[in-house]
Ligand binder design. Structure first.
Ligand SMILES: Nc1ncnc2c1ncn2[C@@H]1O[C@H](COP(=O)(O)OP(=O)(O)OP(=O)(O)O)[C@@H](O)[C@H]1O
Length: 670
């Protein structure tokens, strides 16, 4: 009874006294505690405020003043103009506006139809079940079936089997090229069996024969057979569903394995274009001169000078620092290498090539670029050219051909700003952009798809595969006698290579070059010095090669590896003979017939180390891209080679095993 009396209170809103609020319309007020009283006061205040606001608005409306909700000029509006006004909205079929889709937490459940992303997920699951050999309920439509079949077939051909290469898949970074496409290219490549079949200008054909006299040069490589006709405009444009007239330069991508002659694949068509432009300009000038002469003969009073001032005699062909073509490469070593090939061709073809890099002095750069006889082709690194173009924008005003060699490097984070800057500056006059690389990483593929949707992709059949003629050996450093000592394992491996008898090379008809050149690749720059010092202590002629190495020493060392230096072989008796003489490092044993360069990625990009038969991977490379470029320094252009990986504590032995397997099968690394 006491409880009931206590519970009977007057409602603060309706003033009704009731028991326990069972029959009362405001139950919360009837069960008021200290806390609910505060809430009640708060709600009452809110109602009073709202009523006051209504009164306020009504008074403003009556007096004709501005409504509070309507923005006035003094207040900045949060609404911005749509920039897609011009894009027509999709009309509703029956005039009724489409129902707004709501995304609720469980809205994806209990669907009766699979749409959009759901379809993709179902496809993927279906694929996985098919791969696992399970039967599936869903009967795919004929197109889906074909697409799925192709995808599985391609994956199997690319990776060997859908279940293998787990470790490689984990660090997958390369863009996959379907094998269907590769076979089609193979057939096309076989059709071009000599340079004479290519419609290159006579002077270029002559340069191929005379400037590059080796017999082997007479047949184009697959990379050249694919790229040269396309760059000469002989290849049919792929059919598109919506043939819209394209504007801007034509773009090409050449993706071909290492050591496949990509340099000549772009140099020959570029030189051909330079010579044709030169000839066309000469014809134009002659025609103009003939027209002027006729006009003067018809009207003897005609004056060519303006206000008595003679027009300057502008000879476009010898305009200094305005090249017709630019070749971008990632390092000074590559500038020198490509420059040397261009120079040798220029003696026959008569064009002016200017290889410039940060290793050249300012005077040399100025003399080469601003040569009074003009310049046709500039070979340079992007940062240097971008800085020159900053102060001399005219340098890119006449460029019709832009080549980006080692495109994956030049479009990665470090080079991308300067490469794109050059591209943008040169675009107004550009006719052709040519990108080439031995590896096409996913980021490059995505970038090209976004920025060059019409790009013609020229791919060779063996892209991303390491040729079978390169063998891969593995040294387990954890085992006896090395017990985890990688430096010791490296020195011992070099000694074994140095002491081994040279292989008989049927192509050369004799034992292979007695002096052996070995490249040792490390992952970190600091290790180059440490490893080289250790090897020297062990009586090996080794040298560290990195950005800070003395340029003269570097060039000298590289020259003997790239075959540009005349190799002085040791005399008969000296070959493979260990001297008992004590050398400078205090070692009594010295390996005479072996030269070693210890380097990082710097030495793996594009350098044509034709004399290298052995590559030692001191560290397991981080990606398959590095594997391809490092092992690509040996076995170039049909030669045989050998790679040796030192697998030490903490190294990915599983990755090495899978790379070896893929190499054995002759398949592309993924
Ligand atoms: N048609 C050919 N026949 C024989 N040898 C050739 C031919 N074309 C080029 N070569 C030689 O092949 C070697 C490799 O050429 P190049 O440096 O252009 O390869 P690359 O594909 O650019 O390699 P990387 O991807 O490593 O940069 C060079 O020594 C070159 O002289």
């Amino acid at each position: 009874m006491m409880g009931l009396r206590h519970a009977a209170r007057a409602c603060p809103l309706c003033e009704v006294r009731s028991f326990l609020g069972r029959l009362h319309p405001h139950p919360p007020q009837l069960q008021q505690t200290q806390q609910t009283q505060t809430q009640t006061r708060f709600y009452a205040q809110m109602q009073r405020d709202r009523a006051a606001r209504f009164d306020d608005a009504a008074a403003r409306r009556r007096s004709g003043g501005p409504s509070r909700r309507r923005p006035d000029a003094s207040r900045p509006s949060r609404m911005v103009l749509s920039d897609t006004v011009a894009r027509p909205a999709r009309p509703a079929p029956d005039g009724i506006p489409p129902k707004k889709k709501t995304r609720e937490p469980f809205s994806h459940l209990n669907r009766t139809k699979a749409t959009g992303i759901m379809h993709k997920r179902l496809d993927l699951r279906q694929d996985q079940r098919l791969d696992a050999g399970q039967d599936t309920q869903r009967r795919p439509s004929s197109t889906t079936e074909r697409r799925d079949g192709d995808r599985r077939f391609d994956r199997k051909r690319t990776t060997g089997s859908s279940d293998s290469f787990h470790a490689l898949k984990m660090q997958k970074s390369l863009h996959e090229i379907p094998y269907r496409l590769r076979s089609a290219i193979k057939a096309k490549v076989d059709e071009i069996d000599s340079f004479e079949r290519l419609p290159l200008m006579e002077s270029v054909q002559k340069a191929i024969k005379d400037a590059l006299p080796d017999l082997e040069y007479r047949t184009p490589t697959p990379a050249q057979a694919v790229a040269i006709p396309a760059l000469l405009g002989l290849q049919k444009q792929p059919r598109t569903r919506n043939p819209v007239k394209k504007t801007g330069p034509e773009s090409y991508l050449l993706a071909a394995e290492t050591g496949s002659g990509k340099t000549l694949a772009y140099l020959l068509p570029v030189i051909d274009a330079i010579k044709r432009e030169e000839a066309a300009e000469k014809d134009d000038a002659e025609r103009k001169a003939a027209d002027d002469a006729t006009a003067r003969a018809a009207d003897p009073t005609r004056r060519d000078d303006i206000f008595g001032v003679e027009e300057p005699d502008l000879n476009k062909a010898v305009d200094p620092a305005r090249p017709r073509a630019i070749i971008l490469v990632p390092s000074a070593e590559l500038v020198a290498q490509v420059g040397a090939v261009a120079k040798s061709l220029s003696h026959e073809c008569k064009f002016r090539a200017a290889p410039i890099s940060a290793k050249n002095s300012a005077t040399v750069i100025r003399n080469r670029l601003f040569n009074e006889n003009g310049v046709d082709l500039v070979i340079c690194t992007p940062p240097l050219l971008a800085s020159i173009a900053e102060s001399n924008p005219n340098i890119l005003a006449r460029v019709t051909h832009l080549i980006v060699d080692e495109a994956d490097s030049l479009f990665d984070r470090s080079f991308k700003p300067s490469t794109t800057e050059i591209l943008e500056r040169a675009t107004p006059s550009l006719k052709k952009i040519f990108l080439c690389s031995a590896t096409i990483p996913k980021y490059l593929d995505k970038y090209l798809a976004e920025n060059f949707p019409d790009m013609q992709r020229l791919v060779t059949p063996n892209l991303h595969a390491i040729p079978r003629r390169v063998a891969l050996g593995v040294v387990d450093v954890n085992k006896e006698p090395y017990r985890g000592n990688k430096m010791l394992a490296c020195a011992d491996t070099i000694w074994q290579i140095g002491k081994a008898t040279a292989d008989y090379d049927p192509a050369e008809g004799k034992e292979a070059v007695p002096t052996k050149r070995i490249l040792v690749f490390v992952n970190e720059r600091d290790d180059t010095d440490h490893v080289a010092e250790y090897l020297i202590k062990k009586g090996i002629d080794a040298m560290a090669f990195h950005r800070d190495t003395d340029p003269n020493r570097q060039a000298k060392a590289l020259a003997s590896f790239t075959g540009t230096e005349k190799i002085k072989e040791p005399k008969e008796g000296e070959v493979r003979k260990e001297t008992a003489k004590t050398n400078a490092s205090g070692t009594s044993r010295q390996l005479l017939n072996t030269k070693v360069i210890v380097t990082t990625d710097l030495g793996s990009r594009g350098i044509d180390t034709v004399s290298v038969r052995h590559v030692i991977l001191y560290d397991v490379p981080h990606t398959t891209i590095d594997f391809i470029h490092r092992l690509g320094r040996t076995g170039r252009m049909g030669r045989r080679g050998r790679g040796i990986v030192l697998v030490g504590p903490g190294d990915r032995a599983d990755v090495v095993k899978e790379v070896r397997e893929a190499m054995f099968k002759g398949e592309a690394l993924i």
